[in-house]
Write a protein that binds this ligand. Sequence first.
Ligand code: NAP
Length: 225
Amino acid sequence: MSSNTTPSIGIVGGTGDLGRGLALRLAKAGHDVLVGSRKPEQAVEAAEALTAELASRGVAHQPIEGLDNVSAAERGDIVFVTVPFGAHTPTLESIKNAVQGKVVVDVTVPLVPPRVARVQLPPEGSAGMIAQTLLGEEVQVVSALQNVAAAHLQADMDIPCDVLVTGNEKTARQSVIDLIEAMGMRGFHAGLIHNAAAAEALTSVLININKQYKTHAGLRLTGIE
Ligand SMILES: NC(=O)c1ccc[n+]([C@@H]2O[C@H](COP(=O)([O-])OP(=O)(O)OC[C@H]3O[C@@H](n4cnc5c(N)ncnc54)[C@H](OP(=O)(O)O)[C@@H]3O)[C@@H](O)[C@H]2O)c1
C-alpha cells in the first residue's frame, strides 16, 4: 500500500486504449499508477506520454510509471487487466503468482473478431468467470467497465455513464466502486462474478448502437440517486 494508504494501481496491458484512459483518471484521482506492457520500453513511453498529457491539461496527479506486466502486477495494490480477450488467459497465467491476495479488476469483453457486434460469450460464461477460476479463490476478481468507451476515459470530460460492478466479495466490489467514483462515474453493486456475463454481453449491444448512431453510447441506471 502507498504511504498515504491510497492504493497504488497496476494496469496490465496498460499501453492500450482502455489502460491509458484508466491511467490518466486514476493518477489524477491520487493513485500511483504502474502501467504494464509485455515490452517495458513501450510502457515507459506510454507513461511519459500520459504524464505529458496531464501536464498539458494543468492537472495535479500522482506519478505514472512504465514497466513490464508482471512488475506492474506485483507493485499494484489493485491490479487492472486491460488486454484483448485473445490475450486474456495467457496474460492471467503470467500474473497469477503476482496477484495472489489482491483485487484484480477484469475489464475484458470476450469479443470474437470479426463479429464484435454479436454477443459471443465463452462456454465458461464470461471473461470474469474465466479470470476467477484461473486465478483462484485467494484473488478477488471484480468485473467492471466493459460498457465505458476508452475514448471517454481518455478525454478531459465528465463521463455520464454508470458502471455495473460484479464480483464475489462485497468489500472488493466496493473498493472498485470507490475507484470508479474517483474517476467521475457511478458504480453499482451488480452481484456475483456470474453476472459479469451481462455487462460483457451488453458491450456488443452498445457496439451496434454506436455504429447506428455514430457515438460512444454508455449505460445509465434510473431509479437510483
Ligand atoms: N477500447 C474500449 O473502448 C473498451 C471499452 C471497454 C472494455 N474494453 C476491454 O478492455 C480490454 C482492453 O481494450 P483496449 O481497447 O485497450 O485493447 P488494445 O488497445 O487492443 O490492447 C491493450 C493492450 O493489450 C496488450 N496486448 C495486445 N495483444 C496482446 C497479446 N496477444 N498478448 C498480451 N498482451 C497483448 C497490448 O499491450 P503491450 O503490447 O504493451 O503488451 C495492448 O496495448 C479489452 O478486453 C476490451 O474488450 C475496451
